[in-house]
Ligand binder design. Structure first.
Ligand SMILES: Nc1ncnc2c1ncn2[C@@H]1O[C@H](COP(=O)(O)OP(=O)(O)OP(=O)(O)O)[C@@H](O)[C@H]1O
Ligand SMILES: [Mg+2]
Length: 482
């Protein structure tokens, strides 16, 4: 129930159900009413015919009631015609005593017959119509008329017919509707589900497209605007407008970072030169020398930070082109291993490396790849304790080259793994920028960017306390740069 599609389907089905039920109910009532009308018309016709028969007979014969039997009754010759009437027919005298019955009326029980003659007993008006109960026979429609033109012995006559007979039509209708309604509702549900799906498909499309765009690097992309000019195209236009504004603010953010880093570079260089000159100045007291040393270290760190920021800001802007040239990765690795060896020596860490015997040629930006490897190696040394080892490996496969940096260091907690490539992220936020393991938290962001700029990828495996290994996979056919 948590999708618009299912809600629309339910509403549609309910709406259709209510419509079908209302329509069916009204149809049923109408059918019933008109069948009752038809019934009444039939009764009127029968009553009219019987009245005429009686009065005609009286006109011709003069006397139509015989007292030959135990009680007075209609002359058999005349009543024979009335007996043939399909419905209940009763002819009474003025006191309400029965003079003749139709064939059908004779089958009724005494009680039913009594209630049938009831309306005739108290017949004050020339005509009376209505419904009465026949006991087990159910309810019946009747029409009672006073007969005055058939002599003084004839009081009136009544014709009646069970309502059930008329109700048969509408009742059948009702039964059919009860059977058909669930089928209609099921079909409505299916159609509603399909319709909602069709109507919402463009929304799904827009959602997928926005999903693909919102990874942060595709903000220049725009949604395809449907030509329909409906809500969907307005939605696409709105989202596109929003993307344009987002792109613009991201661009100015990148611009600002790049400009600020760039502007900081020169003053830092001047500062550095000044401090260095002061350091070599003869006659500087010892404590001043020490604080100058610390200042220089800080300046160096700041320069690195500014460089990293500039690199990332340019990469974001797409203004950090790769100077690609065919290089032997073994040379790069050997170079980095040498630097790592020096770093490792002072930290008490053994650095080893392994690589194929043949040249491993690949079109890369050697400076960037070197920077990348150095980032990984300095991390490995920084986060490994004295006595540990750092291992560099270059392996070659048909479609790709892998560079691996493995250490036996402190490792990374599983919960931290998804964050290590984020900018400024460091495992222990409380850990200061300086101190035991200084750093800015930008190294791996840059490493990842370099790997991806070469069309490659970087993966990490780590077990806390056991060690970490980073693997960079560079495809043979370099597809993109910048
Ligand atoms: N080999 C490793 N072993 C254990 N933890 C690591 C390793 N490499 C990276 N990390 C964790 O990932 C974090 C991010 O690394 P990253 O290189 O981006 O930043 P940094 O080394 O702290 O600073 P810098 O920007 O100076 O490199 C580190 O702070 C560290 O917690
Ligand atoms: Mg680092």
């Amino acid at each position: 129930m948590n999708t618009i599609r299912s809600r629309l389907t339910v509403w549609y089905t309910v709406a259709l159900g209510v419509t079908v039920l209302t329509f069916g109910g009204l149809l049923y009532l109408e059918r019933r009413q008109s069948s009752l009308r038809e019934l009444d018309q039939r009764l009127a016709l029968e009553a009219d015919l019987a009245t005429r028969w009686l009065s005609e007979s009286y006109n011709v014969l003069g006397r139509i009631v015989t007292t030959a039997g135990t009680s007075p009754s209609l002359d058999p010759g005349i009543s024979a015609y009335l007996e043939a009437v399909r419905d209940y027919l009763v002819v009474t005298d003025t006191t309400g005593k029965v003079l003749a019955l139709s064939e059908a009326a004779r089958t009724l029980s005494a009680d039913a017959l009594e209630s049938l003659t009831g309306p005739l007993d108290s017949l004050r008006l020339p005509k009376r119509a209505g419904s009465l109960s026949l006991g087990e026979g159910g309810r019946a429609r009747y029409l009672a008329v006073r007969v005055e033109a058939a002599g003084p012995e004839i009081g009136g006559l009544l014709v009646a017919t069970p309502i059930a007979q008329a109700a048969l039509g509408p009742a059948q209708l009702l039964r059919s509707m009860i059977i058909i309604a669930p089928l209609i509702l099921a079909a409505a549900g299916l159609i509603g589900y399909w319709l909602a799906g069709t109507a919402l498909r463009p929304v799904q499309g827009i959602m997928d497209e926005v999903d693909a765009i919102s990874d942060g690097t595709s903000l220049h992309r725009r949604l395809a605007v449907p030509l329909s000019g409906d809500e969907m195209s307005r939605l696409a236009l709105t989202v596109n407008g929003m993307l344009a504004r987002l792109e613009q603010s991201f661009a100015s953010l990148h611009r600002f970072t790049a400009d600020a880093s760039h502007e900081l570079k020169t003053p830092l260089m001047v500062l550095r030169a000044g401090v260095e000159r002061a350091l070599v100045h003869p006659g500087v007291p010892g404590e001043i020398m020490q604080s100058l040393d610390e200042t220089l270290a800080q300046i160096n760190e700041m320069t690195e930070l500014v460089e990293s920021l500039l690199t990332l800001a340019r990469a974001d802007e797409g203004r950090a082109p790769l100077a690609v040239e065919e290089s032997d990765l073994r040379d790069l690795l050997a170079d980095v291993t040498e630097t790592a060896g020096i770093l490792g020596e002072s930290a008490g860490i053994t650095v080893t490396s392994s690589m194929p015997d043949q040249p491993v040629l690949l079109a890369v930006d050697p400076h960037r790849i070197r920077e990348m490897l150095l980032n990984l190696v300095t991390n490995a040394i920084k986060y490994t304790r004295k006595g540990g080892t750092v291992d560099l490996a270059l392996t070659e496969r048909r479609d790709a080259v892998s560079l691996m940096v493995r250490d036996t260091g402190i490792g990374i907690a599983p919960g931290d793994l998804p964050h290590i490539f984020e900018r400024f992220w460091r495992a222990d936020p409380a850990r200061s920028r300086t101190g035991e393991r200084p750093g800015t938290g930008l190294g791996l962001s840059i490493t990842k960017w370099i790997a991806e700029a070469h069309g490659g990828s970087i993966t990490v495996q780590s077990r806390p306390g056991r060690g970490t290994s980073f693997t960079v996979r560079l495809p043979r056919a370099t597809t993109r740069n910048g």
